[in-house]
Design a protein around this ligand. Structure first.
Ligand code: F0G
Length: 373
């Protein structure tokens, strides 16, 4: 048996580690790429539609990909403490990898604006939690300032090692599909992830030496049958926190999708570069639209992601219907975090029938017969 030992081990030759580096891992990566089957747009527009379910990472979000790399690097540099600002998932991930490494994690979170599951994770894993009266952008500013004065390594996505780890999601998609998708859809907050995917897709595309799954030549990305070398990168934001749509930073971002409640994205230039170079675009959604797609995905496909993650599918579906995404395309959407991160929102918006009854056979039977399709 060969035990899976995480993405650094799998993509070691593409990542900044040496043979003797102590790898801090929790078996992250290798997440399911699920082909959707029941969403009507798939048949109507003959779309091959996949979701990369990053909620299946060890702490329930894509952040683990970057964190394994960032904490591995911090430890190899002799760091005893890491720090991040977070809307929740980064803090959960930082706390986990710091615990694993035996170092301290300091996490700055916006008071009252992080989902319960994420807070629980950071607390259980022994992070030092600094709740600030401010938003993520305030936290990010403070982290950058304090790191100049205290011996802590920043593990937000301004740390280039984070992006190196996160680029492996693009590798996994190509390795599994045998090709790059035509379009890749992502939620955009601090804009690190869209940047990381573009690095990953570009890195694979630059190599023409691997064997092609479409023909017998060693031409994988130059093959005539291989129509797409890299996908168009489509980034979606919540309307109340959409600096890429406004063309400028937003000072008081607001959205129920708290993971992407960010107005001053740190990877601003890099994300614009990914979007423009790929021929992609940005778009925005209301909170209502985000929640309805979160529910649609759960009801039609049995996949429960957090609200911010659902925006990638919301974007894909709208652009498929409008024709911006061409018929017969192959589309991948990243579901960045697990739905269990934010149980409050799920329960509030659910319309699932909850039938209350006494514990009698008759009434339980009646409840079943009344509701069976
Ligand atoms: N989806 C989820 C679930 C997130 O937690 C985040 C970011 C994003 C999407 C956006 O990714 O920032 O790379 O553009 N969460 C960060 C955090 C900011 O602190 O957990 P991005």
């Amino acid at each position: 048996m060969i035990r899976y030992k995480g993405l650094i081990d799998r993509y070691r030759n593409r990542l900044p580690v040496d043979d003797d580096t102590r790898i801090i891992e929790l078996g992250e990566g290798n997440t399911p790429l699920i082909r959707l089957e029941n969403i009507p747009e798939i048949k109507d527009y003959e779309i091959e539609l996949y979701v990369k379910f990053e909620g299946m990472n060890p702490t329930g979000s894509f952040k683990d990909r970057g964190m394994t790399m960032a904490v591995t690097q911090a430890v190899s540099e002799g760091s005893r403490a890491i720090i991040c600002a977070s809307t929740g998932n980064t803090s959960a991930s930082a706390a986990a990898y710091a615990a694993r490494a035996g170092i301290t994690a300091f996490v700055l979170i916006p008071e009252g604006k992080i989902a319960l599951g994420k807070l629980a994770q950071a607390m259980m894993k022994g992070a030092v939690i600094i709740q600030i009266e401010g938003n993520f952008d305030d936290g990010m500013r403070l982290v950058k300032e304090v790191a100049k004065e205290a011996p802590v390594s920043i593990v937000n996505s301004i740390n280039p090692y984070r992006l190196q780890g996160q680029k492996t999601a693009a590798f996994e998609i190509i390795d599994e599909l045998g090709r790059a998708p035509d379009y890749h859809c992502l939620p955009v907050g601090n804009a690190g992830n869209i940047t990381a995917y573009w690095i990953g897709y570009s890195e694979y595309a630059n190599e023409a030496t691997q064997s092609c799954t479409f023909c017998e030549n060693k031409c994988r990305y130059e093959c005539e049958k291989q129509t797409n070398v890299r996908p168009k990168m489509l980034g979606y934001q919540a309307s109340g926190a959409a600096p890429f749509l406004r063309g400028e930073m937003v000072d008081n971002p607001e959205t129920l999708a708290t993971a992407i409640r960010i107005g001053h994205p740190q990877s601003w230039d890099l994300a614009w570069h990914a979007s423009r170079e790929s021929g992609g675009w940005f778009d925005e959604f209301s909170d209502e639209d985000i929640l309805s797609v979160q529910k649609l995905l759960a009801e039609k496909e049995g996949i429960f992601c957090e609200p911010a993650s659902a925006i990638s599918l919301a974007g894909a579906l709208r652009d498929i219907r409008s024709g911006k995404i061409e018929k017969q395309s192959c589309v991948t959407c990243t579901l960045t975090g697990h739905g269990l991160k934010d149980p409050d929102i799920a329960i509030q918006q659910s319309s699932a029938p909850v039938i209350k009854t006494d514990a009698s056979l008759n009434n339980v039977k009646k409840a079943i017969l009344d509701n069976i399709n």
